[in-house]
Design a protein around this ligand. Sequence first.
Ligand code: PLP
Length: 483
Amino acid sequence: MSTIFDKSKEGKYGTSFTEKTFSEMSPNDELDDELLRSEDPLLPQVSQPELVRHYTKLSKKNYGVDDGLYPLGSCTMKHNPKPMEDLAKNSRFQAHHPLVSEELVQGNLELMYDLGEDLKAISGMDGITLQPAAGAHGELTGMLIIRKYHEDNNELNRRREILLPDSSHGTNPASAAVAGFDAVEIKSNEEGTVDLEELKSAVSEETAGIMLTVPNTLGIFEKDITEVARIVHDAGGLCYFDGANLNAFLGRVRPGDMGMDITHFNLHKTFSTPHGGGGPGAGPVAVKENLVPYLPVPTVEKSEEGYELNYESSRTIGKVTSFPGPFGVMVKAYAYIRALGDKGLKKVSGNAVLNANYLKEELKNTYKVAYEGLCKHEFVLSGTDIGEGVKTVDIAKRLLDYGYHPPTVYFPLIVKEALMVEPTETETKEALDEFVQALLNIAEEAEKDPDLLHQAPTSTPVGRLDETKAAREPILRWREKEE
Ligand SMILES: *Cc1c(COP(=O)(O)O)cnc(C)c1O
């Protein structure tokens, strides 16, 4: 694949602006010589059709939710309806500078306030911040709140440990560590949930709290969660609930009713913004009454005069992002929640769980299921025993030849050769059946002709990559070829 620079040839151009037209258009824009570059920037010189064709070709090599099923467990591209994108792009939302005075953006503030109220109702919590820009950022915010809470009680010196089940999301231990805590791993039992005996022996006067991913990365609901909360609270710790995948139980159960103190949401997963591609995202954090004073400022408040940003809070952990948060993402989440209503939200979780269980049942006789029983929005298969020398990576690469984005692979770490599948709630039965057929075909190929899998993919623009080299020596930008 050649780059746009390879197509460049001195003197070709794609616009019809001349230097003269520019100066006529903006007579006042003459820059001082000292502000001008001494050399022209090295830009590709191509014709307009060449430019359009180059990028159109590139876009066709891409794969996204608009091409087909995207069963990437844990970090799924969940349903992102197009009308919500249009709303977020509406100039009446977009045209406001973040420093515009509050009287002039009452509508935006009202939307933020109402979204906060909705998320509080959905999670069963009492206070909320919309500031964090990602799920992991929400976790860090939650950890800083736990830190400040223990500091206020003069216990931070000894409460240094955050307990983490071995089935928790990868960002959880990282967030605990960034906030200055020690991550202590709790082993799962054979059902794939927190082992209560392990937990009891791990809690102590040094426990600052626990971080629970629910459903955990095996797609299993922590059925003993209220007991987990009791054990941690008895030891003086706080409970953090990673609610990134709320589509598993939206409208049915609430972390606030399970004894949880803090939770984050991934608006860019469950609430109508795509996850991935580097953002923008939003990871609001909701807390119980006793932790409200610690929330980042500003919070959005409603008073008799209208809506306002409140910076007054004696015990706040401070700001976690500039300005009140990623507004466009909030517009989409608000519109999505209002469009679906209580019944619609409940249907989301019903379909998410139904689709995942359907896939699991169709595949379990061919691929080993890591944990039997009902799963929530996702489940984990194992790529062991599929064919001579065949590994999960071969299965994933072969799926590319069948025109699918592969599931998450080699995560969670507690399952050998893991293949983590999340179909999402909006896939039809026909789409799921086609995906099942592809995986069944691959299992057959693995037995008859394992080399076919080892060499896959063969139908994509690039074949099998050296992934270690790609990770260790990434070339992230074009540079003019050097001698
Ligand atoms: C995606 C995810 C996160 C992290 O969210 P980011 O926005 O990618 O930082 C945290 N926990 C769970 C369970 C997730 O699925």
